[in-house]
Design a protein around this ligand. Structure first.
Ligand code: RB5
Length: 144
């Protein structure tokens, strides 16, 4: 079974998104959907966050969003009920984003994180499992 991942970025995360796509699209276990932006021309990150968040919810899949820091784009994505977008900045936060928060969107900063490190965080997030139990009770409260 392939894992579908929806990607999006603003200009600040554009190069990082492109770098991630280059590597992730070689992985046959993954199916990659690129929702833009498609150049380094300036765009507004809330617009991209909306497109990716809506698709993640509609298709019940996961996403990756990149902006300069990962912050702005995560704030907007989290305005969508059902989205748990987590900015991660090391392997531990990537692991916890899945185990404790069951993040369905991973947010990364193109101006803070190298492509090499970002790939490590993405792979860490993908390979871990949500622990459920008390964490399920807590994430249910996020949307209550
Ligand atoms: C764009 O310059 C920048 O503000 C944006 O990419 C992001 O870092 C916002 O949080």
């Amino acid at each position: 079974m392939t894992i579908q991942i929806i990607l999006g970025s603003d200009h600040g995360g554009y190069e990082l998104k492109e770098g991630l796509i280059e590597t992730l699209s070689q992985n046959k276990a993954l199916s990659i959907d690129d929702m833009g932006t498609f150049s380094s021309e300036s765009v507004d990150y809330p617009d991209i966050a909306d497109i990716v968040a809506q698709k993640v919810l509609a298709e019940n899949v996961i996403g990756i969003l990149c902006c300069g820091t990962g912050i702005g784009i995560s704030i907007r994505a989290n305005r969508h009920k059902g989205i748990r977008a987590a900015v991660v900045f090391n392997k531990f936060t990537a692991e916890m984003a899945k185990k404790h928060n069951n993040a369905n969107i991973l947010c990364l900063g193109g101006r803070t994180t190298s492509t090499e490190h970002a790939l490590e965080y993405v792979n860490t997030w993908l390979k871990n499992d949500f622990e459920g139990d008390r964490h399920l009770r807590r994430i249910k409260k996020l949307d209550a």
